[in-house]
Design a protein around this ligand. Sequence first.
Ligand SMILES: Cc1ncc(COP(=O)(O)O)c(C=O)c1O
Length: 409
Amino acid sequence: MSAVAEQTRLETRLLADRINALEESSTLAMTKMARELAAQGHKVISLSVGEPDFKTPAHICEAAKKAIDDGFHGYSPVAGYPDLRKAIADKLKRDNNIDWKPENIVVSTGAKHSLANVIQVLVNPGDEVVIFAPYWVSYSEMVKLAEGKSVVVDGAFENDFKVTADQLEAAITPRTKIVMYASPNNPTGAVYSEQELRDIAAVLEKHEGVYVLADEIYEYINFTEEGHFSIGSIPALKDRVITVNGVAKGYAMTGWRIGFIAAAKWIADGVEKLQGQVTSGTNSIAQKAATAAFNGPKEPSIEMAKAYHRRRDLVVGLLKDIPGFKVNVPQGAFYAFPDVSYYFGKSDGETTINDSDDFANWLLHRSYVSTVAGSGFGAPNCIRISTAAADEALEEAVKRIKDAVATLK
Ligand SMILES: Cc1ncc(COP(=O)(O)O)c(C=O)c1O
């Protein structure tokens, strides 16, 4: 073993077990590798990151500048400024038909932080968390950190990657504490309809100790005619649903780091208590920007969603032309998620592709297109391609993918 490898091995042993047990985020790892190749001078098209390619709308930026000038420089209340919590309560009533007071809302440093907080607050060691797969990469790792057990339920490709009420019923045990899902979904773009969520709610009504963690961060990027439906609006479940959302995707504000939960008071109080010991109130300037976002016009979000819709059509159309790819039609978010397993076991003469990790790595190094392997999302036959990029970049990327797979025999 080299001296460097030995040093790394020793250092790893010093880290806490809970950190050694964690997987590195596959989306961040691919993005890092793509940056390194770009820095070496390669013409990389980066479609691995889950980030809007739009700028934050001007009126939101203005609110942040004003907050600096007005002197919002100090610690904020742990759960967020009262005007932001009121703006979120109004938003939930207006958009989601969910009636919570500001005291039921806790603002955190991104929806990711909100999700992690809830899991820490509700999950005891050994509790089961049912996760609808394909799922966002961080869900299972958050459960691991809380010493819970992930129970992954696969949504079938034929059902647009969605889990059915019957599948959920079969997965619930006396140890189930939480059921968690995202709609619109990352990585599949699947959107659960009102009827599908009502069927799921009917199952959950029978299981009193089970809570629902509804991740609605892609709410505004929804291409269905029916639009978004929030499970938290169903009265029989209201006290057991924790609705998570934020500003990152719908307002193109990923770097501002504002997310929130809306939940029964005892859960909100638990999250506030945890956050009070770990991070305190989130960034004061970003909170003022988020208040302007939630209270402001919807048009910028609607315009961005239209662009994602158009690009969805473009990319799905092009991907369907690639021999062997199985492609679903995402109903929201900004990803395509083709099944590429047709190519497993094939080789370009140098590299054999055995799984989605091999496929994504090979594609990056051979054609300089960065995507993310489906394995980290609980879908080992697929790769995730972000469609949050310019049309020309998307067209060029899919052309490179098509040319690359044509060499696999
Ligand atoms: C499904 C899902 N939930 C939550 C998040 C995190 O959002 P935020 O940037 O607000 O932490 C993401 C970000 O990629 C996501 O895809």
